[in-house]
Design a protein. Structure first.
Length: 230
């Protein structure tokens, strides 16, 4: 089995060395870049499984780099390393395309755990042999190829959007609790992951608006339910 390819963009030489060394010893194929421009070039040269980006980088900051990565690849997981813990800073990161944040200082065990969550989910999306083409009223949802098809136009989903939509569809007969969604899709149910989930729910509502019979209903304080599926 080939090793997972990881892009690490960190300008702090001490922290970068520690992360690179630990990930390499854990079996990952790591490309370590010291600034945003170098990271952008490395992204285009390799097929990557996950990106770890510092936010404060020389030449090109991590938020800009994440946005540029997302223009070319909508599904590769992006984890931000940040000393910032303010809500608005994290929301800005999620809007830039981040999947998760790891606040400095952190343990290598925490980083490895969070990486494993996203890599396992990415592998599941790639190799899933379940119900991959789903009819959602006037939509056709091709899970494996991350496509939501409709006569008004097709939409390419991110891997996380696809996992979230299939989870909601699979549990359409009940209210899916917020913490259940968070633990299944995000691997954590903390406050910041909850705000990220709300952003993704809003995106799915926007994608599904071409069929007014489908409703993604928010049961306040409890969870969500996908309703109106024929």
């Amino acid at each position: 089995m080939s090793r997972h390819k990881i892009l690490l963009v960190e300008d702090d030489p001490s922290l970068g060395f520690v992360i690179n060394d630990n990930l390499s010893l854990s079996g990952y194929d790591v490309t370590w870049c010291r600034d945003g421009e170098e990271g952008y070039q490395a992204f285009h040269q390799k097929s990557l499984d996950l990106c770890i980006l510092d936010i404060m980088l020389p030449k090109k900051d991590g938020l800009t780099l994440a946005k540029e990565i997302r223009l070319n690849n909508i599904s590769v997981p992006i984890l931000f390393l940040t000393a910032k813990s303010m809500l608005e800073d994290k929301l800005e990161g999620f809007r830039a395309g981040a999947d998760d944040f790891i606040c400095k200082p952190f343990s290598m065990d925490e980083l490895l755990y969070r990486m494993d969550v996203f890599l396992r989910r990415r592998s599941s999306v790639r190799s899933s042999t379940g119900e991959n083409v789903i009819t959602l009223s006037s939509f056709e949802f091709d899970f494996e190829n991350l496509l939501l098809k409709h006569p008004a136009g097709n939409k390419t989903l991110t891997a996380k959007e696809a996992v979230l939509l299939r989870l909601l569809y699979s549990n359409r007969d009940r209210i899916l609790k917020r913490e259940e969604i968070l633990n299944t899709v995000w691997g954590d149910d903390d406050y910041f992951m909850g705000r990220s989930m709300d952003v993704f729910i809003s995106k799915l509502r926007k994608y599904l608006k071409d069929d007014p019979t489908i409703q993604l209903v928010n049961y306040h304080g409890i969870g969500f339910r996908l309703e109106g599926i024929k």
